[in-house]
Design a protein around this ligand. Structure first.
Ligand code: CA
Length: 254
């Protein structure tokens, strides 16, 4: 497993290297955004640890450019206390973040959790733990059907009508978790456990932000076809996926 660290503070890189190499990972490092992007393109790392404050090209822009063409998991490091910065990073497609100063052990466990999730995602199509519960709309082919929305779990592909919806790994896992158990109310904590794979120490905002970007992408994709479900917010609790029978839908696909 190859991990790329993009960070300009040499002593932080040194600590990260020490701990992650001890955990059995191969470390690559870049001390500015441009070099980081070049290394990412050349080496195809399994995970990127990305600092926000970088010379040449800042972390947000690096994140945006990686996400433009790759789904490599990204763990952001930020010294910024502002919630907006963390939310912006998550909206740009970072999978998780750590606020500096962080404990190296915490970093290692986050890295392991993210890699475990992405390993499960890329394992062959036969085993899909997240969708083991049978839900309405579940067919034997590993697809969940809700009107024009089709979630192909083995292929990790979401279609709305004929349009493919590009989701990040976390958005896809969230959608599968919710849609696998229609009408079931998930707490933020249970979604964090199920999708992020560990007991999250931060707040439920991580889930909220990913739900927000997931809704936006699905809504945009539904411009041309009727929506047959809702991802509902259950105030004070969490979220649920609710299939909706559209009364005004005209059968055009028959
Ligand atoms: Ca920095």
């Amino acid at each position: 497993m190859k991990i790329l660290v993009i960070e300009d503070e040499a002593n932080i890189v040194q600590v990260i290297r020490l701990y992650l190499e001890q955990a059995g990972y191969t470390l690559l490092s870049a001390s500015d955004g441009i070099t980081g992007l070049e290394l990412h393109a050349r080496e195809h790392p399994d995970l990127v640890i990305l600092d926000l404050m970088l010379p040449a090209l800042d972390g947000m822009e690096v994140c945006r450019r990686i996400r433009a063409w790759a789904t490599t998991p990204i763990l952001m490091l930020t010294a910024r206390q502002s919630e907006e910065d963390r939310i912006e990073g998550l909206e740009l497609g970072a999978d998780d973040y750590l606020v500096k100063p962080f404990s190296p052990r915490e970093l290692v466990s986050r890295v392991k959790a993210i890699l475990r999730r992405s390993a499960i995602s890329s394992i062959d199509s036969t085993k899909q733990p997240l969708a083991e519960q049978s839900g309405k709309g579940r067919a034997d082919d590993g697809k969940l059907h809700f009107g024009s929305l089709v979630i192909n779990i083995p292929a990790r592909r979401v279609m709305v009508g004929k349009q493919q919806v590009t989701l990040t790994a976390k958005e896809f896992d969230l959608l599968v978790a919710l849609a696998s158990a229609p009408d079931h109310v998930f707490t933020r904590e249970s979604l964090l456990n199920q999708v992020w794979g560990y007991t999250y120490l931060g707040d439920g905002r991580t889930v909220d932000v990913h739900i927000g970007t997931l809704r936006k992408k699905l809504e945009a994709a539904h411009a041309a076809s009727p929506i047959s479900y809702q991802i509902q917010t259950v105030w004070g609790v969490g979220y649920k996926f609710v299939p909706v029978i559209s009364v005004s839908a005209t059968p055009q696909d028959e």
